[in-house]
Ligand binder design. Structure first.
Ligand code: HEC
Length: 471
């Protein structure tokens, strides 16, 4: 009798587990994009709350879901979901009202977007630690940088377990420092050059107060050995920063073959306006580190000649528009005021003289939103989503998304698709929300979308399962 009793408890908990999983998958697939992966609300109101606009009874919630709410984004799901699926969702929403909000969000294998049903695969994710940048040699071979100071090959969807040795030591004791982006030379197949950005100090690597600055090098990887390293950009000790935070750094090779890289303000706002200081800038160099003859400040006394733009708080996403060739960049604001900009040679993006954000402490950085001689963003996000990577879509698999800009966010754990018409963002669609900090995005040569997540650390491969049929 006792055994039977225990057995039925065991069986019952198995059943509820299966129910919860099924409900969570349903919810994340159809609802999480707007209402938040943890029902915390996003573009649509939270679904964990005490005040319901359209009724809190099971019957009322069922009706909201099945019939929708007229004249709002909340369409009726009656022609997509069966009644028992809607009931599952009602129970899931009801059950979520109790207890603490969910922490870890597991990624569904399928996500419905406006144009595609997406298939989401987790690639060998147990073996990566804070992946930061990914670059493809070809569809089957990619290189990944990891913040703690490693590079790893991704071969046929598996992370190579043999480590790459001889890499530069990086200053990880100072706040957000470590290895950042990587890039492959446009002629990588011939010359093998790999570009690496990392937090550098000439001082003691164990000393949090050792002055540091982002450094750019290139080297070649042969038989898991980093070789032939050349320094492309570094500053003297006098320009380094103690306990700096916001080192950048993203790379972009444009079609003309120039290499762009970014350095954040390192927590010292005002030097972003100083052409003699490396912080708060975007730079442009030739692949060998020499300065392009038409760089904007090459003849300005005291200016660092590699500077391309100034007043950029921390650019962590940079991409070239496939049609116009314009360079677009995403920039972390303070609290509020994340920006999307088009980078113009020699232009000043205003930080910290103008900003839509306020400081983390809540104090005002500046009252000014605009000033003559300073650029306005194409988009500003307040509150800050903590915008990070940016990639334009050029893919035969995602034909409907071509020339759209994908941007990722750290704090808000988002992947958004931005539809651009004539240099204006006319629409933003939430693709991922709440699955982890979106650190990097790349379209693979086979057209699939790769996403690097931090917390949890993961590599995702996303492909359209099928185009969504419009009824
Ligand atoms: C495209 C965005 C979007 C999606 C996807 C979406 N909703 Fe909504 N939903 C909304 C918006 C916006 C509202 C608020 C409408 C209003 O009252 O103004 C809403 C309202 C609701 C409400 C009523 C809340 C209240 O306060 O009474 C419920 C319940 C709800 N949604 C459940 C769901 C479920 C379950 C799903 C998935 C099957 C879903 N929604 C998918 C946008 C969305």
């Amino acid at each position: 009798m006792k055994q039977l009793f225990l057995f039925s408890i065991f069986f019952f908990s198995l059943e509820t587990d299966a129910f919860n999983q099924q409900a969570e998958v349903l919810y994340k697939t159809y609802c999480g994009g707007c209402h938040g992966a943890r029902l915390e609300g996003n573009s649509a109101p939270a679904l964990i709350k005490t005040k319901w606009t359209h009724g809190s009874t099971e019957k009322a919630i069922f009706k909201s879901i099945k019939s929708g709410i007229p004249n709002t984004e909340m369409k009726g799901w009656g022609n997509v979901l069966k009644d028992n699926q809607i009931n599952t969702l009602v129970n899931y929403i009801k059950a979520s009202q109790k207890g603490p909000p969910k922490a870890a969000a597991s990624i569904p294998s399928k996500i419905v977007t406006q144009d595609y049903v997406l298939k989401v695969e987790k690639i060998d994710s147990g073996h990566t630690s804070t992946p930061w940048g990914i670059e493809f040699v070809n569809a089957k071979l990619a290189l990944i940088s990891e913040k703690p100071g490693k590079l790893k090959w991704l071969v046929n969807g598996k992370l190579d377990t043999v480590s790459i040795t001889g890499l530069p030591a990086t200053h990880t004791k100072s706040s957000t420092g470590g290895f950042m982006d990587i890039a492959l030379d446009p002629k990588y197949q011939d010359n093998g050059w790999v570009y690496l950005a990392y937090s550098h100090t000439n001082g003691d690597l164990q000393d949090r107060n050792a002055p540091g600055m982002t450094k750019i090098v290139r080297g070649k990887i042969k038989d898991h050995q980093w070789k032939d390293q050349q320094t492309l950009f570094e500053v003297p000790d006098s320009l380094m920063v103690v306990r700096g935070d916001r080192w950048g750094c993203r790379f972009l090779f444009d079609k003309a073959g120039y290499l762009y890289f970014t350095i954040g303000d390192m927590g010292k706002a005002m030097p972003s306006q100083d052409l003699g200081k490396p912080t708060g800038k975007v730079f442009r160099i030739n692949p060998d580190g020499s300065i392009p003859k038409d760089n904007p400040f090459i003849n300005t006394p005291g200016a660092l000649p590699a500077i391309f733009t100034l007043g950029n708080r921390n650019v962590e996403g940079i991409a070239e528009h496939p049609v116009t060739g314009a360079i677009w960049a995403t920039e972390h604001g303070p609290r509020g005021g994340d920006e999307l900009n088009i980078l113009k040679k020699g232009a000043n993006y205003g930080w910290p003289v103008i900003s839509y954000g306020i400081d983390y402490s809540g104090s005002i950085v500046t009252e000014k939103l605009e000033q003559e001689g300073m650029e306005q963003p194409i988009v500003q996000w307040t509150p800050s989503i903590a915008v990070c990577p940016a990639a334009f879509v050029t893919s035969t698999l995602f034909a409907k998304w071509n020339n759209n800009l994908l941007v990722g966010a750290l704090a808000f754990e988002e992947l958004r698709r931005l539809v651009i018409v004539k240099d204006k963002v006319i629409r933003q669609e939430m693709i991922l929300k709440g699955y982890g900090r979106v650190r990097d995005l790349k379209i693979s040569p086979d057209g699939s979308l790769y996403v690097l997540l931090n917390k949890p650390d993961m590599i995702l491969r996303i492909t359209p399962q099928k185009p969504l049929k419009l009824k």
